[in-house]
Design a protein around this ligand. Sequence first.
Ligand code: ATR
Length: 271
Amino acid sequence: MDRYAVFGNPVGHSKSPLIHRCFAEQTAQQLSYDAILAPVDGFADSWQQFVAAGGRGANVTVPFKEVAFALAAKLSDRAKQAGAVNTLYLDDQGILCGDNTDGLGLVADLTRLGVKLGAAQLLLLGAGGASRGVVGPLLAAGVGHIHIANRTPEKAQAIAALFDSRVTASGFADIPQQPWLLVINATSSGLSQQRPDISASHLKSCELAYDMLYDKEPTAFLSWCQQQGVKQCADGLGMLVAQAAESFAIWRGVKPELEPVLEQLTALVKT
Ligand code: ATR
């Protein structure tokens, strides 16, 4: 049986085994999918052992996305743009390939939520790996303008410099007063129950506030957006399922349906 896995440290909390087992059942694919705890400084060895034992592909999560990027012999343009790999696989010649499906997952989830990306003026908060990985796919999906704002402005400017004039950047205090239809939180502030310190005025025209993190309760950012009267708020659970579906499609050549798996996962996480 073809083996797949998610590598992380920690990895016990990962929902990927559940998601991919659901996908396999739904698409009648014979495969196994496990969570592998790799030592922080031992990702490459762990991967080699996995391949020797029949491993065909893997998802890679914190803190290994950059090591996986360095290990892959062939990188997709998306992975190059993101500077990180979340999907590894061996091609027909046994060459180790690296891809990044995070941005595609976000685009798929925003589309599922009814966002017309072609018209969107997008405010993207944060300038870490999560932010860098989604800019290219959002532009490719037709977003006309992305403004990246970060607590440390230089990091936002460094990401914007990788793209053309459709991408601008600033610190939180210098966000242009424009009608932002879509505001996406790609900071890790939610992990410490905090929110990015932006002015509520930037939410005036916001039709959808999105947090790339998820939790049982709404994140601090989404609670605040709700208080400010933003009509639609969504967390990153849909993105998680959608990026997994893109990985699955790369490995197996078949794209699973998102909704049934997202329903099952929502019931698990939110109750
Ligand atoms: P990831 O890979 O999840 O993006 P990261 O590369 O460590 O993680 O980046 C974390 C991001 O969250 C950064 O943009 C960070 O801002 P700084 O660059 O100024 O450090 C942002 N961040 C984390 N905690 C935050 C908080 N409480 N308020 C605002 N931004 C925060």
